[in-house]
Design a protein around this ligand. Structure first.
Ligand SMILES: [Zn+2]
Length: 211
């Protein structure tokens, strides 16, 4: 592993993930070493960060298809069942003059997950190519995906609002469809993908190159 100057890695140190203690470890021997204070396993970088993030990004991208194609809910009213996908819901609100709700659903459910996957894929490719392109901006992009992750539950609120609106409108029974299951999977898996990516990898190549 390259050792950029001025980092814990260059000083043969690893920071404990659990208690934050900076521990001196011989170069390359961090694997299997343990924190003398809390006993946690020490890693110079998140272990297998790229492989794990790739796997999760691909899994989320696969789930993204049924999340958008399958109905997220089925409404039965007066004996008639109507199944709605996310996009048909958006179109419904758009054609019924409820465009702010249509914009919220489209942004939270279609645009944001797609952007998160696109940004993570871009970051992964840039690290693989040992890119030195704008590390500060790439780190900002990473922080953005991490921050959006915390707000992903907005999607669940949207579904709740839709259910409430339908319930207020008429006597109907509502069932969640398989689309909602895949949709929840996309939300959770993208949060895990952002979590497993180690943004220090962006800087390792940049500083190793300029050194
Ligand atoms: Zn520790």
């Amino acid at each position: 592993m390259n050792a950029p100057p001025g980092t814990a890695l260059a000083a043969s140190c690893a920071r404990c993930h659990d208690c934050g203690l900076l521990v001196q470890v011989p170069r390359g021997a961090a694997h299997g070493a343990r924190c003398p204070r809390c006993g946690a396993e020490l890693h110079e970088r998140k272990p297998r960060s790229l492989e794990r993030t790739w796997a999760l990004v691909i899994a989320a991208a696969i789930c993204y298809v049924p999340a958008n194609v399958l109905p997220v809910m089925a409404v039965t009213s007066l004996g008639q069942t109507e199944a709605d996908t996310i996009m048909s819901g958006v179109i419904y609100f758009l054609t019924h003059g409820d465009w702010p709700l249509a914009v919220i659903i489209f942004t939270a459910s279609v645009f944001v997950p797609m952007m998160k996957l696109a940004i993570l894929t871009f970051l992964l490719i840039s690290v693989h190519r040992r890119s030195s392109w704008r590390p500060v901006d790439r780190t900002r992009l990473y922080r953005l995906t991490e921050m959006i992750g915390r707000w992903s539950m907005v999607d669940i609120y949207v579904v709740t609002i839709m259910v409430a609106l339908v319930r207020l409108g008429n006597l109907a029974t509502i069932e969640a469809g398989w689309g909602a299951v895949f949709f929840g999977a996309v939300v959770v898996i993208t949060i895990l993908a952002a979590e497993s990516f180690d943004p220090r990898l962006i800087w390792d190549h940049c500083e190793a190159r300029s050194a």
